[in-house]
Design a protein around this ligand. Structure first.
Ligand SMILES: NC(=O)c1ccc[n+]([C@@H]2O[C@H](COP(=O)([O-])OP(=O)(O)OC[C@H]3O[C@@H](n4cnc5c(N)ncnc54)[C@H](O)[C@@H]3O)[C@@H](O)[C@H]2O)c1
Length: 395
């Protein structure tokens, strides 16, 4: 099958197996170029391991520290007629690279919010790893079914309090327009917290602790984005921000419950990067395109793998971890520097449709977006016939 990108709005509905493999390899090479991660994790569970920050975490643990990794994700396999999802191909590529490097890795595909999947994970850890010493929680999902009630909750990306009208880079039409987003009601806020808050992270840690598969001195981290004024209307001061605040509650609860194990539970604040999850958030394409312009000019921009590699080396396993004022591991400090934010603000205030390419680096944004699905990579021949079926060994 010859595979070309099929973009619908903010999503690409297909993926290229060879391109995804090249993207994974690029990330592995970056981590290897940083050298061995001393005193890193040994047995790692990554929940949300197939794309974005979770995949970068898995790659860093495996290829930086030589860790065994168990990856959890929800992805679609390819068939002769239809491509699989990018996360499926990423995982197939990761597994092949891990195998070639002599690194143990296993995968579980299914709904991480369910009790069944947690039970399967616990059984696999018991059988194969004994205990885990690092648990990364990197799920991004628009909905969640509560495993105990069977009720399904949907999250919304809406402001809290008043409706917001904001400038927007419309990626389908490649124009600058405005979006108006109505304020969320109380039920929508509560539902978003239910989906993207800390409840499921806590349930995972409860299940792991009850089964006695958490090692003494284990670490766990969930990921958040804490930005400044520009992103507050739709992120910080909005439903998703509210949900992320609940991670702080969960981190404190996990720490308390696992005190006898001397467990460490962190919420880590990371850069705004192009992922499948962030491209769905209205203001992010314009914000990130402006950020690319400023930080790439300065040579300070870090993408997904640079952020996570830095998080592991400097913070999770570093001697002097950096915290923000809210007690989160602080990895996006360069993005939040006043000078950077002020320059992005100027771009934001002045850009119009005609000046998108002069004032922002939307070209890089778009390239990064394509890359998420394995497209736009120089080394890949997109006219070649490729097999859309890729094998992953699943538990
Ligand atoms: N993208 C950003 O700019 C950004 C910035 C800071 C923090 N974060 C946070 O990082 C975390 C990961 O986000 P991302 O942007 O890497 O997202 P992503 O969409 O790239 O990855 C989501 C992962 O979750 C998995 N997943 C989704 N639903 C699932 C389910 N029901 N069961 C099992 N697996 C499921 C997917 O398979 C995938 O592995 C989120 O908490 C997000 O808020 C993202």
């Amino acid at each position: 099958m010859v595979i070309k990108p099929k973009i619908r709005g903010f999503i690409c509905t297909n993926a290229h197996p060879v391109g995804c493999a090249a993207h994974v390899k690029e990330q592995i090479d970056y981590v290897k170029s940083q050298g061995q991660l001393e005193n890193g994790p040994k047995n790692v569970l990554v929940i949300g391991a197939s794309t974005g920050y979770g995949l970068a975490s898995r790659i860093t643990a495996a290829f930086g520290a030589g860790a065994k990794t168990l990856g959890i994700f929800f992805e679609k396999e390819g068939t002769e007629k239809k491509t699989g999802s990018a996360g499926w191909y990423n995982t197939a590529a990761f597994q092949a690279e891990a195998e070639a490097a002599g690194l143990w890795s296993k995968n579980i595909n299914g709904d991480a919010f369910s009790n069944e999947l947690k039970e399967k994970t616990v059984a696999t850890i018991k059988e194969e790893l004994g205990k885990v010493d690092l648990v990364i929680y990197s799920l991004a999902s628009p909905r969640r079914t509560d495993p105990n009630t069977g009720e399904t909750y949907s999250s919304v990306l809406k402001p809290i309090g008043n409706s917001v009208t904001t400038k927007n880079l419309n990626t389908s039409k490649r124009i600058i327009d405005e979006v108006k987003v109505e304020a969320a009601n109380d039920e929508e806020i509560a539902n978003t917290v239910k989906v993207m808050g800390g409840e499921d992270w806590e349930m995972w840690l409860d299940a792991l602790q009850q089964a006695d598969v958490l090692a003494d001195g284990f670490k766990t981290s969930a990921y958040t984005y804490i930005g400044k004024e520009l992103t507050w209307p739709i992120y910080g001061h909005a439903t998703i921000g509210k949900a992320k605040e609940d991670l702080d509650r969960a981190a404190a609860a996990i720490k308390e419950k696992t005190a006898s194990l001397k467990g460490e539970a962190y919420v880590s604040s990371l850069n705004a990067v192009v992922t499948q999850a962030s491209s769905a958030i209205p203001i992010m394409p314009l914000y990130i395109s402006g950020l690319f312009k400023v930080m790439k000019e300065d040579g300070t921009y870090e993408g997904t793998i640079e952020q996570i590699d830095g998080l592991f080396r400097e913070n999770l396993y570093g001697e002097n971890p950096r915290f923000d004022d809210g007690g989160h591991l602080f990895q996006n400090y360069k993005e939040l520097e006043d000078d950077v934010q002020a320059r992005v603000q100027t771009i934001w205030d002045t850009v119009d449709t005609d000046s998108i390419d002069d004032l922002t680096d939307y070209v890089s944004y778009h390239n990064e977006f394509l890359k998420l699905f394995g497209f736009g990579i120089d080394s890949v021949d997109y006219d070649a016939d490729v097999n859309p079926v890729a094998d992953i060994e699943l538990v």
